[in-house]
Design a protein around this ligand. Structure first.
Ligand code: 5RP
Length: 226
């Protein structure tokens, strides 16, 4: 399911967002290869004396933050001043996320942050969202949710694990249906429809959440408000 641009473009985006973090801040730590560049940059800043605490969005971002020496906290103890997270596709500041099956926790942390910075590269940009939407579902609800997604015009496919027989199991113990809706002219409306299906834990449409986009390219970074 993953796509993406050059490592340099991703690194520039992640490092640009990490540079906005100030002393004393609590930072939501996104998941994926672009967010990982931001986490590594924050780790270097912590080594150099920056005082920050991170709130991870996944097992993977927690592990990386630990390796990088970033002190961790939780949403029970702190509100993120800023969250830095990647995306699988963006259009007008709306995102499809969940390529790493971490979108449920990502949405909670990204939405809780005072500012949410999306770190992306040009391969993620679209005029209209059309990337398959990851839908995290309770395992027992897999077939009933799939039926309802088909009724909404989607084509759901259970995400298969790599190097393990069977499906991807999320950090929350659930399954993921990647649902192809074709072009999504009304992400807000579709998001509400999908969220209303019993058994859906969270979907990967992030609508109206982004405060700033850091778009890394092969020769620089564009920073803009959507
Ligand atoms: C994980 C995500 C990621 O942020 C998204 O898949 C982008 O990943 P990458 O930066 O590796 O292209 O949503 O659930």
């Amino acid at each position: 399911m993953k796509q993406g641009g050059s490592t340099d473009a991703k690194r520039r985006a992640g490092e640009s967002a990490a540079e906005t973090v100030e002393d004393g801040m609590v930072v939501g730590l996104g998941t994926g290869s672009t967010a990982a560049h931001a986490i590594r940059a924050l780790g270097r800043a912590v080594d150099a004396g920056l005082d920050v605490r991170g709130i991870p969005t996944s097992f993977q971002s927690r592990q990386l933050a630990r390796e990088e020496g970033i002190p961790l906290t939780s949403l029970e103890e702190a509100t993120p001043d800023v969250a830095i997270d990647g995306a699988d596709q963006f259009a007008d500041g709306d995102l499809v996320k969940g390529g790493g099956a971490a979108h449920a926790r990502e949405k909670v942390v990204d939405a809780a942050a005072d500012r949410f910075l999306a770190v992306v590269d040009p391969t993620k940009e679209a005029d209209v969202l059309d990337y398959p939407v990851p839908v995290e579902v309770l395992p027992d609800a897999r077939t009933t949710v799939a039926e309802r997604l088909r009724a909404l015009g989607g084509t759901p496919a259970l995400r298969a694990a790599e190097r393990k027989d069977g499906p991807v199991v999320t950090d929350n113990g659930n399954l993921v249906l990647d649902c192809d809706f074709g072009a999504i002219p009304d992400p807000g409306g579709l998001g509400r429809d999908v969220a209303s299906i019993p058994g859906v834990v969270e979907h990967g449409l992030f609508v109206g959440l982004v405060d700033e986009v850091h778009l890394g390219t092969d020769d620089g970074v564009d920073v803009f408000e959507p």
